[in-house]
Design a protein around this ligand. Structure first.
Ligand code: HSE
Length: 438
């Protein structure tokens, strides 16, 4: 049987690794796919950089449109990243009846509905396992492995760079910017690292996971997004003293009133497995009605883990070409005519517990005023920690943990507490998630 022929868009960190995995594991891959798979044409911006050692026989061009228009290419592998020209290239590849494999989470999150509709009309596959959680096969898991279940919620550490930064801050007291530079040097960070630290990359991934979990359209703009830039070493230490770890989580939950989609730093009890996922590792915890909780853990960024997912997709498509010309699995796990609109809750309607930190005058009556406001707002306090004022200082730091309360109520309480003459500066809040079975 003829080999499956690939066109590779982008020979950067992941592109080079993909070419090498296909070459080095060629025999094993052919055994799995049922036929040989080879890259015949690749594009890279700086053509003088050539192909990785051992792959020099692959035809190289500076123009990516040469690849999507190459009649010999069966599957286009899009590893350029970003929105443009990736969208145009992918749509043109589909128009030319080529299957597509991509690692581009931004592209899928923003343009996925359009791309999947085009692919369905043309009868081609668009595979994107590497777009979420690097090498963890979480897309396949949600589309296939858990398809008997009603997914209730999922929560994931889905940005390796952010997790690497938080871990280094906690374990080594390292400075945020210093760790970010190291993450960039290690090839973990996005081309624009603000996507990592401001939560945008995690929001792209969460919106993809939510679509797969609940059968809703991709809607990136509905994801509530907070990054990790406001997390201080101080918060990391206080959370530790209370028995928690701070993790940057993407959370999608089905409630009676709608879907929550949110990305923000979160306190997690340190005994939870996911609280102990450190460094560049990712993990996704899924609560399914029949399976119960299950946790998927692995490298969330980096050349080889991402290439692992890209090549798995290539093998999947190769199998489809070989044995079954139909789309065996719908793109968003649910059939296209079963995609339904469920309202997405604004953050003001979401209920979580809270960690609060504030600076107050060290005089009698202050705590009473604060707890009175909490009581009037129906907020139940779980724990209070008062730090001794530094010697000679007139102010002290108070840390509080609350029970679950709707965000709009907490906003009003924080506003009222902030107006007390005895409370100084802003009141820092971090949402707390127990991530238990409730
Ligand atoms: N910048 C991303 C991360 C790469 O750190 O998770 C993998 O998507």
């Amino acid at each position: 049987m003829k080999p499956v022929k690939l066109g590779l868009l982008g020979v950067g960190t992941v592109g080079a690794s993909t070419a090498l995995v296909l070459k080095n594991n060629a025999i094993e891959i052919a055994r799995r796919a049922g036929r040989d798979i080879e890259i015949i044409h690749a594009s890279r911006k700086t053509i003088a950089n050539g192909m990785p050692a051992g792959c020099e026989n692959i035809k190289l061009t500076a123009d990516p449109f040469d690849i999507v228009d190459d009649p010999e290419v069966d599957i286009v592998i899009e590893l350029i990243g970003g929105y443009d020209p990736a969208r145009e290239l992918v749509l043109r590849a589909i128009e030319n009846s080529k299957h597509v494999v991509t690692a581009n989470k931004a592209l899928i999150a923003i343009h996925g509905n359009e791309i999947f509709a085009a692919a369905q009309a043309k009868g081609v596959n668009v595979a994107f396992e590497a777009a979420v959680a690097g090498g963890i096969p979480i897309i396949k898991l949600l589309r296939e492995g858990l398809s008997a279940n009603h997914i209730e919620w999922l929560a994931g550490i889905i940005n390796g760079t952010g997790n690497f930064i938080l871990t280094e801050m906690r374990d080594k007291g390292r400075d945020f910017d210093d760790v970010l530079k190291e993450a960039q040097a290690l090839g973990y960070a996005e081309a624009d690292p603000r996507f990592d630290v401001e939560g945008i990359d995690a929001a792209h991934k969460l919106c993809i996971l939510a679509s797969l979990a609940f059968g809703i359209p991709l809607q990136f703009e509905a994801v509530y997004t907070e990054g990790i830039t406001q997390i201080s070493t101080e918060d990391v230490v206080y959370a530790g003293q209370l028995g928690y770890r701070i993790k940057h989580l993407g959370i999608a939950r089905r409630t009676e009133n709608g879907i929550e989609m949110r990305v923000h730093p979160t306190l997690i009890p340190e005994k939870r497995l996911i609280a102990n996922v450190d460094g560049v590792m990712n993990a996704v915890l899924v609560m399914a009605d029949k399976l119960g909780p299950s946790l998927y853990y692995g490298a969330g960024a980096g050349a080889d883990p991402t290439a692992s997912a890209v090549v798995a997709d290539i093998i999947d498509v190769a199998r489809t070409i070989t044995t079954d010309p139909q789309n065996r699995v719908p793109h968003l796990a649910f059939q296209a005519d079963q995609i339904v609109d469920i309202p997405v809750l604004p953050i003001s309607e979401v209920s979580t517990a809270y960690y609060l930190r504030m600076r107050v005058d060290d005089i009698p009556g202050v705590m009473a005023d604060i707890t009175r406001i909490m009581g009037e707002s129906d907020i139940s306090i779980e724990a209070i920690l008062q730090k001794e004022p530094e010697s000679g200082a007139a102010q002290a730091t108070i840390i509080m943990l609350t029970q679950k309360i709707r965000e709009s109520k907490m906003d009003l309480a924080i506003d009222a507490i902030g107006k007390l003459a005895t409370v100084h500066g802003s009141i820092h809040r971090i949402r707390v998630e127990s991530l238990g079975e409730d």
